[in-house]
Design a protein around this ligand. Structure first.
Ligand code: AMP
Length: 192
């Protein structure tokens, strides 16, 4: 079983790349952002709560997000492995993920961290807003806030995984397919 944390700031291309990895490696793509958006669309209680944070570019509280992650993992006992996209975003989330996977006799194989310059991120999010219809992509202040939250709360997780010898930095610039190839190389190395 391989479990990948696909890491990187908003706009780094995690969702796009996760889809490519799923096709090749038969892993389950678990995006907490996608699950929150699904709940918002269906006007669930969780959706209403999540929206109040997402609309401001803030993180949904850890207890809510961790509970959601556990229930998503439990829904897919058949999975040969997971690509975690947008999770973990805080140290308590990373600790919880380790615990959850250990309880299931598995662990994170690697954190693959897409590295993209701040100016490029803002440009990509601005363009994505046109097709995604995401309110949090459309507003420059919210984008700025999301990148700041990432730098303060999420980026330090690289040390958490580096301490376990699992951190791999991937150049996130260039054509989508070039970036995918870099990720493939890294995952093939785990499987070799
Ligand atoms: P994303 O689709 O990963 O860019 O996430 C969109 C928004 O969902 C984020 O800005 C957060 O408000 C919320 N979100 C997604 N994943 C998490 C997480 N692991 N922890 C807290 N909030 C999250």
């Amino acid at each position: 079983m391989i479990n990948i944390v696909l890491f990187g700031p908003p706009g780094a291309g995690k969702g796009t790349q996760a889809e490519k990895l799923v096709e090749k490696y038969n892993l389950y793509h678990l995006s907490t952002g996608d699950v929150f958006r699904y709940n918002i669309k269906n006007e669930t209680e969780l959706g209403v709560l999540a929206k109040s944070f997402m609309d401001k570019g803030q993180l949904v509280p850890d207890d809510v997000t961790i509970k959601l992650l556990i229930s998503e993992i439990e829904k897919h006992p058949e999975a040969e492995g997971f690509i975690f996209d947008g999770f973990p975003r805080t140290t308590p989330q990373a600790e919880a993920l380790d615990r959850i996977l250990t309880e299931r006799g598995t662990s994170i194989s690697k954190m693959l961290a897409l590295d993209v310059e701040r100016e490029e991120l803002k440009e990509r999010l601005k363009n994505r807003a046109i097709s995604s219809g995401r309110a949090d992509d459309a507003n420059p202040e919210i984008i700025e806030n999301r990148i700041n939250v990432y730098m303060e709360e999420t980026f330090p997780l690289k040390e958490f995984y580096a301490a376990q010898g699992k951190f791999v930095k991937i150049n996130g610039h260039g054509e989508i397919d070039e970036i995918t190839e870099r990720l493939f190389e890294s995952i093939d190395a785990i499987l070799a």
